[in-house]
Design a protein around this ligand. Structure first.
Ligand SMILES: [Zn+2]
Length: 248
């Protein structure tokens, strides 16, 4: 007799296995990234269990020779997030989330689970422009890094601790050191220390501050209020590319 457990999951990917099982790679509220198995069958409910579904599942742990297998006994789909699958760009953004989370290096499962759930909800139900989606992609990534212990120093200079003047238009962000460096301290950096510097403007800084809003819900409210145009965030693509390449 197996003991039955339950948890909430978001499906990141699924694949058919040779023995008529199907494997769901999920982000689960209690276990982080985990694979759950179920026998293939033709019920409508089962077929609807697809990418980015938010489900409550019941399962037992089967101890095989070399690993634990989580076998699904029953599940209820709480949100299909169906619109995501119909929109190519939305799909691309959530695939990026899935790629980051599949790395399985993040410790705080519950926080990350709720963050993912909120983001998927927003992406699924809101009318979002190309640029809104790019910003959400960035915010999710930065928030995940923060939850994993990579908090960037954005209020004062990393080296001299001086507060950053508000009359400047651009600031240097060091991807290597993880924060802002003032114009004076920049002069003292050597060639290697200057390698991963990116020039960012105050709007990008504002975006970073939004990432560090205390509550995920506050953060979505803020995102509704602050309207970023692509031209506001000049250099944002380079900044994002450098940061993501460094931390993934
Ligand atoms: Zn300084």
């Amino acid at each position: 007799m197996h003991r039955i457990f339950s948890t909430d999951v978001i499906i990141l990917s699924k694949r058919n296995l040779s023995n008529l099982d199907i494997e769901f790679l999920c982000y689960s509220k209690d276990y982080g990234v985990a694979s759950f198995w179920q026998k293939v069958h033709s019920s409508k409910k089962f077929r609807a269990m697809d990418f980015f579904c938010y489900s409550k599942i019941k399962f037992f742990i089967y101890n095989s020779f070399d690993e634990n297998i989580y076998k699904i006994v029953d599940f209820d789909i709480l949100d299909y997030n169906y619109n995501i699958r119909l929109d190519f760009q939305k799909l691309e953004i959530v695939s990026f989330f899935s790629k980051i989370l599949s790395k399985n290096i993040f410790k705080d499962c519950k926080e990350i689970f709720y963050l993912l759930k909120e983001f998927l909800y927003t992406i699924n139900y809101k009318e979002l422009s190309f640029w809104d989606l790019e910003i959400l992609k960035f915010l999710f990534f930065m928030k995940i890094l923060q939850l994993d212990g990579y908090g960037f120093q954005i209020k004062e200079c990393l080296f001299c601790r001086s507060f950053l003047p508000e009359n400047v238009k651009t600031l240097y962000f060091s991807v290597d050191f993880g924060g802002i460096i003032c114009n004076k301290c920049i002069q003292n950096l050597n060639f290697y220390e200057k390698r991963n510097l990116v020039l960012i403007n105050l709007k990008i800084l504002k975006l970073l501050k939004i990432c560090y809003a205390k509550d995920v819900r506050d953060f979505f409210v803020l995102n509704d209020q602050i309207f970023f145009k692509k031209s506001d965030l000049l250099g944002f693509d380079l900044f994002f590319e450098k940061v993501s390449r460094y931390y993934i």
